[in-house]
Structures are given as structure tokens and as C-alpha cells.
Design a protein around this ligand. Sequence first.
Ligand code: ZN
Length: 434
Amino acid sequence: MTDMGPQRTRYTLPRFAPGAWWIVEEVALNGPSTLYYRLKPSQAKPSAVRDERGRSALEAFAALPMKAMEDRLRAYGRALREDATTEWDGAHALELVAELVTFVRTFGPIGVGWGGDFGVQNNEADRLQREIDTAHWVALGIDPGSVSSTEPSSFWRASFWGHGPGRGALPRVERRYWHPNEPWSERVRLGDEGLPCDGWSSLADEYKDLNLTLELAEAIAQGDQFGCRRATAKFVGENTDFWVGAPRPLTTDYGRALNGIRPASGHVKLFALPDHQVDWVVLGKSLVADLITRQIDFAMPAVDLSADEGFAVRWRATSVLEVIYLQLLEHVRHRSSFGIGRCEACGGPILRTRHLGGTGNRWHSGCGSRGRVRRWRLEQAARSSVTRPETEENASAKDVAPVAAPLVAAPLPTARSASSASGLVAAETDPNRP
Ligand SMILES: [Zn+2]
């Protein structure tokens, strides 16, 4: 099916090697609600992919300023509605979500729900459709052979939407319409259903869920009963009925979190019980397990030989979202007690590699002093190139070199404040400074 061009399902482009996924060549917003990707046929390798701050896909995604981007997009949409003379400007819209664009250009498409979408053949339905079309033309007195096929054409997609621990729902098979022969930008404008895309609301939901999951994972690492209770409540609501009866093969055994006898009915509102009856850390762990399962449900395991010729399992992910949860799985399996920290520079999460009190967990490698200085140099050079005809190397070397040492001890939120705190404001504001 490779001749059909990229669409939002598995098996429609060359298969990925284990541990590789899409790269994004181009991004577009055709309105405030959907982000479209033009995918590159090349493959990214997760171990190599870190952004300029040294963050993994998980760390960088959870650090995105999602609320701010959403507000900017909304404001733009509102302004357009009030001014009927102005048209949607896709390039400007992308600037409003520049952080997200940088993310997908670095890491690939986020791909909410992509793992559960499969391109399928549905020959019988296609045959029936052709018969109906023929009968239609004949009834109108038109020779069916003289009718050229018209755009858009369609394809079939099976969506496994009830994924997760229980896999509780039957897949849906849906006819989708697309314009495979149009240029990419035109397909975006038409809202082509075959294009890889992410809905903004799904992105926002996944962002929220991931950050809540990380909050819960950190509370688990700290053995914090109250923190686990609070984080769990944010996910499921305090009125939730949990199944705590005898363990079933396809249902999460929340009963393990119950101190004491399981009720005969099998159902209980855990949040209504006195605190000593519930082990919230155990409940939190069950929930994290469910959340990871839900996201990696379709990341295919590939059995392979390891370096020492033993058998090894590696994962084949379709989207960055799967990669993110595979990273989280690895973390909670091997470094669960280390938890998740927060970067003092960018505010994003850090999957700790050592226990609290150790070093190296306060900043991402590129957010620490060296990274801040390097980024500040780049920003400075970019600014300088606008205001004065000086080479980037000249500008950055002169302005930044002296501040490298003092910055080590002082964690500062941004490169800009780092420069002003170090008495270098003049360098930013005076374009004639030698
Ligand atoms: Zn950081």
C-alpha cells in the first residue's frame, strides 16, 4: 500500500525498525483545531533523540506551555471571527504554537490514537458501492463507462478505540475520504482525512494526563499516601466505583489497594472509605500501570537477538506518544523509587536517574549553566544579527564568556533573566556596544 502515500494508519508506509518512528518534515494548522503533519520517510532513533536542552520526548512534551499556546490560538481565532476581512494565516498560526512546532520537528508527530488505527481492505463494501454507483448512473440514463471517477476517493480504516487494560470495545471500520493526488497544502486546506494529524483537544488532554501521571509517579516514589490520593482523584474523580472483587483476567485488580476484607458486591467507592482502609500508593501504582497500558497497547513487540545472543524484546512505536509512555514504563520498572523531579530552569519534568540529594537531577543537561550560556549566546547572536552587522561568533564570545562561572551556583528561570541578573543588561539593550 506504499503507493497510496502517507495516511493516518499503520502499514501504509515502510515498516519501522524496532525503536524507530516518524520524522516530521512540515507542519500546518488549517484552523485552530487540527495540526497536520507531512511525514518524512526517514526514521528517528529514540536513544539519539534529545532536544537542545537535553530533554527526552517525555520531558520535553510535558514541559510545553500548552495553556499559553491554546490561549494564543483562541485569541487569534476570536480576532478572525470579529474581523471578517482577514483570512486564516497558517504561517502566523504556527508562530503562535512555536514551542509545539519545535517539539514535533525535533521528536516527530505526537500521534494521539495512531497506534490503534489500521488501514484495512473492505472489498465487499467496495464492490457493493460500485454496484450502487452503476445502478445510479443507469437509472439516470448515463453510460457508467463514460463517467470518470471523481475526487475525493476513499479508504477504509479500522480504529481500536476501546483500548487499554480491558480492551473493552470492538474496533470500528470506517470509510474515510481523501485527496491523495492533490498537493499537501491543498489536502490540508481540504481537511483530507487521510493526512496524519492531531486534534488540538486530544493533544491538550494527553498533555494533562501525562503531567498528572508524572505527579502520581512522583507521589508513588515518595511513598506519599496523601499525594497519591490527591493525584488519583484528579484522574478518576472521588465518586468513582472501583472493582475490588476477586481478580479477573482482564480487569485491573484495584482490590489490592484495600486493607481488609473485599466487599461481597465487588464494588466500592474507595474515596469514601476511612484512609486507613486504602493503600493509596498501591492504588496509584495500579492506575499508572493502566495509564501506560492504555498508551502502549499497540506498540508492537519485536523479538530480536541481544548483543550476547540471548532473546530480547524491542518495541515498535508509531507515534511519539507511544515512545513517551515506553520511556515512562522503563523508568517505573527500573528506577521507580527515584521518581520524577522538576527542572529548576525550564520547569519541565526530569526522570531522575539518582535519588534525591544526588546531583544531576536539578536541571536537564542543556538547562544547567552550560546549556543556559550556550542558548543565551545563540539568542544573543540572533538578536545581534538583527540590530547590528556583526558575526554571530563575535557577538556571542564577547558578551557571554565572562558570566559562565557565576551562573553555576544560581539556578535562574530563563536565559534572558540570567543575562540581566549578571549585569549584562547593557549588552542586550545597547546595540552600539562594541
Ligand atoms: Zn529543563
